[in-house]
Design a protein around this ligand. Structure first.
Ligand code: UDX
Ligand code: UDX
Length: 451
């Protein structure tokens, strides 16, 4: 029988909030903390700071059930939890290394309010060796407070995908737990009993392996994307179709079809940050991860390549009005962190183009990147963004963009250039008839495939 746990979550972001709501949903008592008091006040009233499908539903029901409370008091969250997740930001420093300052600030505050044995669970993506350092640091801080209180530090990296986060919480591919003693291992087994009883894979490793599994998984996925992005350029040269190449490669079960779609480059708060963190961490240990280094460089090249295609085809671009559809780094999220769309727009504005942008969820967060910029207009809807436009750029593959009224689109636009950086229309012959179509690695007509 699962005994409800007292769980604290520090950091009510894209990761922490999902963990808080998810663990509350499976009948634990969860207290979720964030340094941002405004964010906490909004959450107490049921207002989400982020968009994630089904999150509102779960937030409302767990607030109502009183399984979940929010606080901006570190004292509250520390004193009222036996399991304490740390999911605060671990952003990149200027030089690409990981910034763990927020994590260690949390540990200092935990020591200050520590009142009994706790399991400190590091959910944030961290470098190998961080759990060990965290444990030593917390021990030292407790001594400074004259506290002789026992604890364990555990690594429990997060693998949720934005836009699928709630699903990924309840149906994880795997749960990775790094511990260094049996007591911690048993406590974590108890915490994850809900998942173990449903036969979800739970892998127990040491701290360092768990930390490295997370960074390596993201680096590998990013490498897969950079691999296919590089091939998209060869495809354009030889008149091949990158979508067929993805399909043909992906039918090999050892390769798999996922994360093999060419695009303007990967974005988000994870791949760009985690690939660099891993690369620079290795460098500090006198190891050069050449494959990861190439994945990073290729990603930077791919975004620049996407922009150059547009500038070249629209030359002279100065004064031309261009539509950009999609601001988020991927569909079904409001997150614009490291989104290629933002970089592409900045480069086009620098080339003196005039931008009319639309996105289903990304506009509110994108505005902060263009404060005072007069050459960008954030539009009401897709058709508003197409008015008098000389080119339409598909920068994020929101499925809704596939069902645009193309007749209306053609009427509204001044010229019919269409840069499909996500190849969402690659198999739509009508679009290729109606528009001057530029795919990314797709020039030929679609081949047939029988699967
Ligand atoms: C974060 C980390 O960035 C990522 O590396 C890790 O894998 C999971 O946690 P995410 O949830 O996307 O990812 O970050 P973000 O949405 O920025 O949320 C971090 C939250 O921590 C923010 O709400 C921020 O206000 C809060 N925070 C940050 C604190 O509560 N205290 C701090 O000292 C710093
Ligand atoms: C990723 C990992 O998938 C997840 O396991 C980890 O916990 C956090 O980082 P996320 O960043 O939410 O998740 O997005 P993801 O779906 O992985 O896409 C990342 C970027 O790669 C997006 O910009 C997306 O557009 C791009 N991408 C993805 C491609 O360009 N091609 C693909 O085939 C897949």
């Amino acid at each position: 029988m699962y005994k409800p746990k007292k769980i604290g979550v520090m950091g009510a972001g894209y990761v922490g909030l999902i963990k808080a709501v998810g663990f509350a949903e499976i009948k634990n008592k969860v207290i979720c903390y964030d340094i941002d008091s405004i964010k906490i006040e909004k959450l107490k009233k049921g207002f989400l700071p982020i968009y994630e499908e089904n999150l509102q539903l779960l937030l409302d029901s767990n607030l109502k059930e009183k399984n979940l409370i929010f606080t901006d008091s570190i004292k509250d969250v520390v004193e009222n939890s036996e399991y304490l997740f740390i999911a605060v930001g671990t952003p990149s420093n200027e030089d690409g290394t990981a910034n763990l300052e927020y994590l260690f600030n949390c540990l200092k505050d935990i020591a200050r309010y520590m009142n009994n044995y706790k399991i400190i669970i590091i959910k944030s993506t961290v470098l190998p060796g961080t759990c060990k350092k965290a444990s030593d640091y917390l021990k030292n801080q407790l001594e400074l407070y004259g506290k002789n209180i026992d604890f364990d530090v555990v690594s429990n990296p997060e693998f949720l995908r934005e836009g699928n986060a709630i699903y990924d919480f309840f149906y994880p591919d795997r749960i990775i737990i790094g511990t260094d003693n049996e007591r911690a291992r048993l406590a974590m087994k108890d915490l994850y009993k809900f998942f173990i009883d449903k036969d979800f894979p739970v892998l127990f490793t040491n701290h360092e392996s768990s930390e490295l599994i997370k960074l390596s998984s993201n680096a590998f996925l990013a490498t897969k994307i950079s691999f296919i992005n590089e091939l998209s350029r060869i495809s354009e040269k030889v008149g091949a179709n990158i979508k067929d190449i993805s399909k043909g490669m992906g039918l090999d079960k050892r390769i798999g079809e996922k994360f093999l779609e060419a695009g303007p480059g990967y974005g988000g708060s994870c791949f760009p940050k985690d690939t660099k963190a891993l690369y620079y961490f290795a460098k500090e240990n006198n190891i050069t991860l050449k494959i990861v280094e190439s994945a990073i460089k290729t990603n930077e090249d791919q975004i620049k390549y996407s922009v150059s295609k547009i500038i070249k085809a629209m030359s002279p671009i100065e004064g031309k009005t261009l539509t950009v559809l999609g601001l988020t780094f991927k569909p079904n999220t409001d997150d614009i962190r490291e989104s290629p769309s933002i970089y592409i727009i900045k480069e086009l504005i620098a080339a003196k183009a005039i931008i009319q942008a639309y996105c289903f969820k990304g506009i509110p967060k994108a505005r902060s990147f263009f404060v005072g910029e007069k050459n960008i207009k954030f539009c009401e809807d897709v058709y508003d963004s197409l008015k008098d436009s000389e080119a339409c750029i598909i920068a994020t593959d929101w499925q809704q963009f596939k069902n645009i009224d193309f007749d209306m689109m053609q009427q509204l636009m001044k010229e019919n250039n269409l840069f499909d950086l996500r190849n969402i229309y690659y198999d739509n012959p009508r679009v290729k008839e109606m528009f001057n179509y530029f795919g990314l690695g797709v020039k030929t007509k679609v081949s047939e495939v029988f699967i």
